[in-house]
Structures are given as C-alpha cells and as structure tokens.
Design a protein around this ligand. Structure first.
Ligand code: SF4
Length: 318
C-alpha cells in the first residue's frame, strides 16, 4: 500500500526549473508485447514513428538550453527497439550533441547489434521491464514475451558492459500476480551486477484500473500534494504533441505541439499553468480529476554493492 511518509518525501523533491528534468520522447508508438498492466493495445490515437526532423529538434533544444542533468528518455507508449533505425538516429545525434539518453525496454529485441549500438552511442542507463523470475509468471505479466530469451539478452548486455556501458536497471512492477517472485528476482539480478528497481503499477489515469486499484489507497478528496508526473516530465508523442503525463495516454488534453513550439514554451507555458493549479491543490482539470497516479511516483532501488537496503528515488542517482 502507498506509504504516506514516503509520498511526503517525494513532495519535497518537486522543484520547478526552467527546463523539465526529463524529456520523454515517443520515438515509436508500437510494441511487440501486450503487458497485463499496459493499455498500449487500447490506444485510440494513430500510431507511428517520430520524424527525424522532430527527433533532431528535441535533441538540439536539450543540447542548447537544458542543464546537463536533463535526461532524454525514448519511451511512452511503445518499445523503442521496434523502430530501431530511428532509435539509432536519435542515439547517434544525441551523442554528437552531448545529450544523455536513458532507455526503457522489454529487452526481447535486445540482440547483439542493439547491444553494440547502445554501448557505442553512450546510453547512460538501460532499464529492463521484466516483472517476473519464472517463465510461467513472465508470460502472464509480459504477454507475448519470451522469458529465457530476455534473460539471455540481459545477461549478454551485462557481460558487454563489463568494461563500461550503461547502468543496467532491472525493473519489477508489482501487479499482484507476480509479487511472490520479487525476492528471487532481486537475488538473481543483484548477483549479476544489475541495479533492481521496484514500484507499484500505474493506473494510467483511471483510479479503478484492475491492477492498480489494490495499491492506491488515498481517496481523491484527501490529495495533499501536486502530481509528481507534472513536475518531472515533459512527454512528446511521436507526432509532436505534448501530453501532460501517461494518464492522458490518448492525448485528449494536449499541452502543446513541438512541431510549432519549443520544449521551453510548453514547459513554462501551458504545463506551468497546470502545475500552478495543482500547487493550489486544484485537481479539477482534464485527466486529473479522477486519477490516482499522483501516488505512483515512488520507486525503490537496490544496488549490488549494498543489497540489503533500498534507496528511495533520487537518494542515490543512477
Ligand atoms: S494526476 Fe494523473 S492525470 Fe493528473 S498529472 Fe498526475 S498522472 Fe497525470
């Protein structure tokens, strides 16, 4: 269940700067899996791959105006390795412009070429969504995925990173049916030198989400803090529209369009107006009125050199 003390600590970290701490970029809105906790297959907006022009515009603005701590993160509603040529375009251009790339992947498509490119382009962090420690549970959570192949792919990545490469983070999202495998999952990956990250499932904007509901326990009327997603991320969809968070996965309430605006214009314009309303504890807007995902900004990290305790988000930076 959500720990209110931990949430209050998250609230204290919500500072506003002139640039978003993380720019989340939907290079592609397609996926090779059909995960139990992900609404990707139910997207109602058109699917596609981000244009090279847009990728370069985003990377250029981060290179020219963002603080060095800014993370660019190819993610949102798609598996980045599904559009690998565009991903390589992004990684190579980001490297050329000195922009840090952090990645999420289900690692089913993490073959030798992908590993070579990820190392060559200097990706800083590679987070693998796995959520299980047995093939039996894996196919219930990461439907259409291949457990053994994914384990082998990640082991190959870890071996390749032996002499330098991204931090490899193995992520376990607790969706109930997999909770009994957290301990063996942690033991497996910590012993192989990976960092382990755990968090509860998001509700994707809907408080009655089948998997999230059992974790989210603070009534809507008792919200006491603004939503961390609004303060941490600027999310650009593959077509250039900006959505305020994953809770608005179909972009019913767009906050801007990077085809005709800059990231800073959106961050300091419409997104700032939305943050300001939440600072006044006004949650009546758009997708927020019945969303409980503001409680899901909690992650715990375990490190191979200190496996017996966890660190909360931001305590020990990756
Ligand atoms: S409360 Fe929900 S819809 Fe609103 S910003 Fe947070 S995650 Fe998005």
């Amino acid at each position: 269940m959500t720990d209110i003390l931990e949430l209050r600590r998250v609230a204290e970290t919500l500072k506003e700067g002139p640039f978003p701490p993380q720019v989340i970029v939907e290079t592609v809105s397609r996926c090779n899996l059909d995960c139990a906790m992900c609404p990707q297959s139910a997207l109602s907006r058109p699917r596609g791959v981000m244009s090279l022009e847009l990728v370069r515009k985003i990377v250029d603005e981060v290179a020219d105006y963002a603080p060095p701590s800014t993370k660019v993160w190819p993610a949102v509603m798609g598996e980045p390795l599904m559009a690998r040529e565009r991903l390589w375009d992004m990684l190579s251009y980001a490297q050329e412009r000195g922009v840090a790339i952090h990645m999420n992947s289900n690692a089913n498509l993490l073959d030798a070429e992908a590993i070579e490119r990820i190392l060559a382009y200097g990706v800083r962090e590679f987070i693998v969504g796995m959520d299980a420690d047995s093939a039996e549970t894996y196919v219930k959570v990461r439907r259409k995925g291949d457990f053994e192949k994914t384990v082998a792919n990640v082991e190959a990545l870890l071996a390749a990173c032996d002499k330098g490469g991204p931090k490899v983070v193995m992520q376990f999202i607790d969706v109930g049916i997999n909770a009994h495998e957290l301990e063996p999952f942690k033991n497996r990956w910590l012993s192989k030198g990976a960092i382990v990250k755990t968090r509860v499932a998001q509700g994707w904007g809907h408080w009655d989400h089948l998997l999230a509901a059992e974790h989210l326990d603070i009534p809507l009327a008792e919200r006491f803090m603004p939503c961390p997603w609004l303060f941490r991320n600027l999310v650009v969809l593959w077509d250039g529209r900006v959505t305020q968070c994953d809770g608005d996965m179909d972009c019913k309430y767009p906050a801007g369009d990077i085809n005709r605006q800059t990231l800073r214009e959106v961050w300091l314009g419409e997104l700032k107006r939305r943050r300001d309303r939440q600072k006044m504890l006004n949650f009546t807007d758009g997708p927020c009125h019945d969303c409980r995902d503001w409680q899901v900004g909690l992650s715990k990290f375990w490190y191979p050199d200190d496996p017996d305790r966890f660190y909360a988000v931001d305590e020990r930076k990756v």
